[in-house]
Write a protein that binds this ligand. Structure first.
Ligand code: PMT
Length: 215
């Protein structure tokens, strides 16, 4: 009998995109499918963790044994996380949170007129940065999705947000599909994992996380 490496650990995490409405039928979102976050939630659960998954709109079933909290916007995701973070030992931000939202969503459908409308954007809260700066912050893990210069951007996020671990991936490798290639960045160095299915990549992330939590 092998004890589960994350038994007794409470993990709060985010996954999927957020959707920022422009009017009742349109909005701003991104191509995150939620697959990486959901694979990680399953792997964490498999390793014995108690998992709460705050999820943006995705077409995936809730992982077995995981509590899923569904949200649409970054503001809702921020609130759902802040309401639960006091009970978490670990926070993991896998969600592709929209950095901006339409400043003033229209109550009714925007109609076509002579002039092209101009969309004003407002900044959304940074959920991960807010969690990491709490006085009693949990162990914080961020993801970094980049289209180039992965190492410098990922290391920048590790330091700027004062995180313990950043999982870096290139958008072209990991967003939307069933496979991913990630590099884990922590104070000890860079740890590349082989390109694999998101389930296998998630197992590699969990093994590294378990070693860090035990150290
Ligand atoms: O969902 P899939 O299709 O499987 O794709 C997986 C993925 C590519 C989305 C995932 O592996 C990934 O990299 N997620 C993070 C995407 C991202 O938006 O990264 P970022 O570099 O913009 O943000 C850095 C970190 O801050 C992330 O942990 C993010 O969750 C967090 N963040 C960002 C902005 C914000 N307002 N609040 C946040 O919490």
């Amino acid at each position: 009998f092998k004890p589960k490496p994350l038994a007794g650990r409470r993990v709060l995490m985010t996954a999927g995109p957020t959707y920022e409405p422009l009017d009742p039928v349109r909005g701003i979102t991104n191509i995150s499918s939620g697959k990486m976050g959901y694979a990680l939630a399953r792997a964490l659960r498999h390793a014995g963790a108690e998992v709460q998954l705050v999820s943006g709109p995705v077409a995936l079933p809730a992982p077995a044994g995981v509590e899923r909290i569904g949200v649409m916007t970054a503001a809702e995701m921020h609130l759902a996380v802040m309401q639960r973070v006091a009970h978490a030992d670990v926070f993991i931000g896998v969600a592709a949170v929209a950095d901006y939202r339409p400043d003033d969503a229209a109550e009714h459908k925007i109609k076509k007129t002579g002039e092209a409308p101009v969309i004003r954007l407002a900044r959304n809260p940074d959920i991960l940065a807010d969690v990491a700066s709490l006085p009693a912050a949990p162990f914080c893990v961020g993801f970094a999705a980049e289209s180039r210069d992965l190492e410098s951007y990922a290391r920048g996020k590790l330091e700027a947000k004062r995180l313990k671990l950043v999982v870096g991936n290139l958008v072209q490798d990991g967003m939307g599909g069933d496979t991913n290639r990630v590099v884990l960045f922590d104070a000890a160095g860079d740890h590349p994992l082989p390109a694999a299915s998101k389930d296998e990549v998630a197992a590699g992330i969990v093994a590294h996380l378990a070693r860090m939590l035990d150290a």
